[in-house]
Design a protein around this ligand. Structure first.
Ligand SMILES: Nc1ncnc2c1ncn2[C@@H]1O[C@H](COP(=O)(O)OP(=O)(O)OP(=O)(O)O)[C@@H](O)[C@H]1O
Length: 234
């Protein structure tokens, strides 16, 4: 099988399937899902509850493995990686943003943003602090650097979470309902921020329940019962 090699191609998903075995029979969370995503695209994944959105995001981020099909991300066939190699790959290639922020509550904001750099171990240690501060500054929350996440507003915590997602300059940002805990003003600001990351060349994949158009989103992948709907049906 040919290896995807185009410069601009970031994700090549071929006939992906994910089944969860159960005593009552397998749950088919995804089946026959194929698509490609280029660098710099802002893509929304939509669908009803249980349609497979989170399952797909977990596969793309190397948090889970497909039961069938083939998945290439950033030139790597994820099936070829051991668990240990996958962890290192994830730290380098993926930035996650979650609905509930998932900042570590006992670390300061600055320490939360530095943590992925320490886990990856590829940036000079002496640069971690200044790199993290620069990211917090870009996101308008550098004044919170020495505080604990629990003392910040939801909007501030999500900005810190985005700074953390960007810590290792990954080409792919995966955001799972990132506006779910934000008021509409903070939600709009966050979506604009994600769109600007895509405009700057990262690929951003946003799982959302929003049925109406999300500003900045260039393409919609619509799931229904684990299948991708044809794009003209979205
Ligand atoms: N670990 C698991 N074990 C068994 N079944 C699972 C597991 N995770 C997900 N499923 C099932 O797979 C299907 C897809 O779930 P998934 O969480 O991907 O949907 P979703 O579209 O993200 O839903 P929601 O919008 O409610 O978060 C569902 O039927 C779900 O019950």
């Amino acid at each position: 099988m040919d290896t995807p090699h185009q410069e601009s191609l970031l994700i090549d998903a071929r006939d992906l399937g994910r089944r969860y075995p159960s005593a009552a029979g397998d749950v088919v969370a995804l089946t026959g899902v194929s698509f490609r995503i280029s660098r710099g695209e802002f893509v929304a994944v939509v669908g009803a509850s249980g349609s497979g959105k989170s399952t797909l995001l977990h596969l793309l981020g190397g948090l889970d493995r497909p039961s069938s099909g083939e998945l290439w991300v950033a030139g790597t066939n994820l099936a070829a990686l051991s668990e240990q190699a996958l962890t290192q790959w994830r730290a380098r290639q993926i930035g996650f943003v979650f609905q509930f922020f998932q900042l570590l509550p006992t670390l300061t904001v600055l320490e939360n943003v530095m943590l992925p750099m320490a886990l990856l171990g590829e940036w000079p240690r002496s640069s971690h602090r200044s790199r993290a501060l620069a990211l917090l500054d870009q996101l308008g929350v550098s004044h919170t650097a020495d505080r604990l996440p629990g003392t910040l507003s939801g909007g501030q915590q999500q900005r810190v979470a985005v700074a953390r997602a960007l810590a290792n300059e990954p080409p792919l940002i995966l955001a799972d309902e990132p506006t779910g805990n934000l008021d509409s003003r903070n939600a709009t600001t966050l979506l604009e921020l994600l769109a600007s990351l895509a405009a700057a060349g990262r690929s951003v994949i946003l799982v959302t329940h929003e049925r109406h158009h999300v500003p900045g989103v260039q393409r919609v992948l619509a799931l229904s019962d684990g299948r991708l709907l044809p794009s003209d049906a979205t």
